[in-house]
Write a protein that binds this ligand. Sequence first.
Ligand SMILES: Cc1ncc(COP(=O)(O)O)c(C=O)c1O
Length: 349
Amino acid sequence: MIRIIEPRFSEEEKEAILRVLESQQITRGEFTKRFQEEFAHYLGVEYVFTVCSGTVALFIALKAIGVEGQRVVVPALSFMATIDAVYLAGGIPVVVDVDDYYTMDVQQLEDAVKKYRPKVVIPVHLYGQMADMESIMFLSEKYGFYVLEDAAQAHGASFKGKKAGAWGHIAAFSFYASKNVPMGEGGAVVTNDSNLAREVRKWIDFGDHPAFNVRITEFQAAIGTVQLKHLDERNRRRREIARKYASALDINGHLIHPSEREGAYHVFHLYTLRHPMRDKIIEVLKEREIDARVYYPYLLSELRKAEHLPLPRAERFKRELFSIPVHPYLTDREVDYIVESLASVVACV
Ligand SMILES: Cc1ncc(COP(=O)(O)O)c(C=O)c1O
């Protein structure tokens, strides 16, 4: 089976892990410090705090802002952690529709902001492409809300030359095994705001109020440091594969490929298409040993019974979306095989 997502490690990670062991310091050491510095430099942000998961990163970012009893806007399409973190932090989510790039619909966001006066808005850079952060930051200035980027799927993505994680007041990353920078488990809260950074620190270093231990180990940081070094070249490979997929033949014209927003650099965490017969397509691809899956088979509003605006796009997309393998370790032969299989499947469904 050609796996949909596949982290891969080499001698470099092995050596890094050995260095951790030899250092006799397996947590709170040089590797974590170094990863934080290098990731901050890579993103172009001031502060990076590694934590144990993306979900915890979102939770701490929301706690740092303070959302108890306050409205928080999230898009309908995302992994459940985006909305779960809002509930866990004591916020009240409001769900809005997505645009044709599967990210937060900016027009509807403004409607939601006028109606609910949220304290925070969480754009999700879904599948590796950034939301329209320029418009979202404009609305943030106009109405005075915080922007927390959910960049769990967007390491290295950018919009108008600025990286995911560097646009909002604060951002959350995940380093879960499937992500573009995998550590096994892990996450980071990143910000340029010294006040927010001070609040974030209280959740990490124990002190002012009850808090969890959310640290990563030196092993995770060591793997992350090696993976980060290769991020750009692997993202380029993902884009190259995506370009080949985009040329897959579709004689019936029902297949909708992902498109890149003007000014955006998509890093294809996932290659997500749409087709009215997607269940059949997935079935046939699986018979051909190609893993295809639905990200996500739910809308956040229905999953957690949250308040929402009308969601016509997300409702339709949910029935049509499917993702195919796009990880950077696919061989050219595998890519050709996937293109060929996809073309022949859509020709007969
Ligand atoms: C969009 C999004 N947000 C948040 C998360 C949560 O990250 P984690 O699994 O590291 O808790 C993930 C990934 O799993 C994700 O894809």
